[in-house]
Design a protein around this ligand. Structure first.
Ligand code: NAD
Length: 425
């Protein structure tokens, strides 16, 4: 079995990293060559993706190592501009894999199309009339997407709810390996006229909701006492491992208690989730919108992860959120890098992709709160940030590491200092 625990991946050259990926993920020669190109997305392709194209915007594409989900190893592509995200995810996955990695699961890929009916004279009567015709409405919706039906998806049911005089019709659609927005929007539009007839109201909304409550992904991991202790080896932080675990749980409890903290807690989760979503050509705005809306579904904005201790005192982390992602449609097939990233991940279904993304969200969050609960976030972050500052000061090649190291040692990470050191080199 191939292992995602690639020692010293960060020390390898670019071509060595691509070779390791090629071997791990059985990438084609073409995909390996694509990754070695500095601008794999050609202008002609980009120009057909969006309007008024002048260029392509680049982001670093890093690979998080050490991930193991349900006993299978994964290398995780992450496109992100923020330093330390990829390293933190890899580090958390390394700690988790010592107790078996991540256990993940997910709901069937069911999205919700909303048809909102206005001016309905008799809400209860309309609900009854729609429920009686549910099967016919499902069949009608399925006629507009025979391809989806052929692949095992299609409309599954109708949920009804009213609020402030509006009648909300939720069309549940199994979108299989699609993110599903186009599919669901088309289906929702197809049944709107019949819903108007049945309710004697007017359909004003025929569109997917990004609060995909039927399409949640979950991940869980045990961060063992021993693995946490080893991860701090050689660093004097003045805390016992039990104290570290209690402190992490307190950081989580603060997020439970306070929306200001919970927002930043969830931002840390999205650092990982968005980075994988961007790398894999997903609609990350849809994931973001769904995640934050789900975070406050109870009426109070909450953290998307939970932490507790098991009977042996190990830390247990869990995450649950809606993740609407696809392997077909959207930019997945048009952006060649997205295709290569999905090959690197090796996911076979949209559900498997959603689970991998959930695991990265949990890993990213654990890494962040592990720092916050001990040395403070800046200790790890600034070391990597120092490299950026060195580049900003004009450093090149080996100068970058030399300047970054010196600034970290001096605990003085500033562009003016970087410039001074550069002059001294
Ligand atoms: P799509 O319409 O491009 O592809 C989905 C279609 O592919 C299905 O309807 C089906 O006909 C076909 N298909 C073939 N094989 C399939 C399989 N194995 N499983 C499922 N379907 C299969 O894409 P989409 O996923 O419907 O829409 C995604 C796009 O919609 C994204 O680019 C997103 O940005 C955009 N979008 C989002 C929103 C929103 O989130 N609110 C709104 C509008 C558009």
């Amino acid at each position: 079995m191939k292992s995602s625990e690639i020692h010293g991946f960060y020390k390898k050259t670019r071509s060595e990293r691509i070779s390791a990926l090629k071997e791990f993920a059985d990438l084609s020669e073409e995909q390996a060559k694509l990754l070695a190109k500095d601008s794999p997305l050609e202008f002609e392709t980009a120009d057909n993706m969006v309007e008024n194209v002048v260029s392509t915007q680049q982001l670093p594409l890093g690979i998080a190592t050490n991930f193991q989900l349900n006993g299978k190893d994964y290398l995780i592509p992450m496109a992100v501009e923020e330093p330390s995200v990829v390293a933190a995810a890899s580090n958390a996955a390394k700690i988790a894999r010592k107790s078996g990695g991540f256990t993940t699961e997910s709901d069937e890929p069911v999205m919700i199309g909303q048809i909102v009916l206005l001016n309905v004279p008799d809400l209860e009567g309309a609900k009854k009339a729609i429920k009686e015709k549910e099967q016919g409405l499902i069949e009608k919706a399925n006629t507009v997407d025979p391809v989806l039906v052929k692949f095992g998806g299609g409309a599954r049911g109708i949920e009804l709810r009213d609020s402030e005089g509006f009648l909300f019709v939720h069309l549940l659609v199994d979108v299989r390996d699609a993110m599903g927005a186009n599919a669901v929007n088309t289906m929702s539009e197809s049944i709107a006229p019949q819903l108007e007839e049945l309710s004697k109201g007017q359909a004003k909304m025929r569109i997917i909701t990004n609060l995909a409550t039927h399409r949640k992904a979950r991940a869980k991991a045990v961060f063992s006492k021993q693995a946490i202790e080893e991860s701090f080896k050689g660093k004097d932080i003045g805390m016992t491992t039990d104290e570290i675990i209690d402190s992490i749980i307190n950081v989580y409890k603060i997020a439970e208690a306070d929306q200001f903290r919970a927002t930043t807690h969830n931002k840390g989760i999205m650092n990982g989730i968005d980075a994988v979503a961007v790398a894999c050509g997903q609609d990350w705005r849809a994931i973001e919108a769904g995640a934050h809306s789900f975070a406050c579904i109870s009426g109070k904005y909450k953290p998307l992860t939970k932490y507790s201790k098991d009977s042996d005192g190990n830390l247990v982390g869990e995450i649950e959120l809606p993740i609407a992602v696809g392997l077909i449609g959207g930019a997945v097939k048009t952006n060649p890098t997205a295709g290569a990233c999905l090959s690197i991940l090796g996911v076979k279904t949209a559900q498997e992709l959603a689970e991998a993304i959930a695991a990265v969200g949990l890993a990213q969050n654990f890494a962040a709160i592990r720092e916050i609960a001990t040395r403070g976030i800046q200790a790890g972050h600034m070391a990597l940030h120092a490299k950026n500052i060195a580049v900003m000061a004009g450093a090149k090649g080996e100068q970058v590491d030399k300047i970054a190291e010196k600034m970290v040692e001096e605990k003085n990470i500033r562009v003016d200092r970087a410039k001074e050191i550069l002059e001294e080199l």
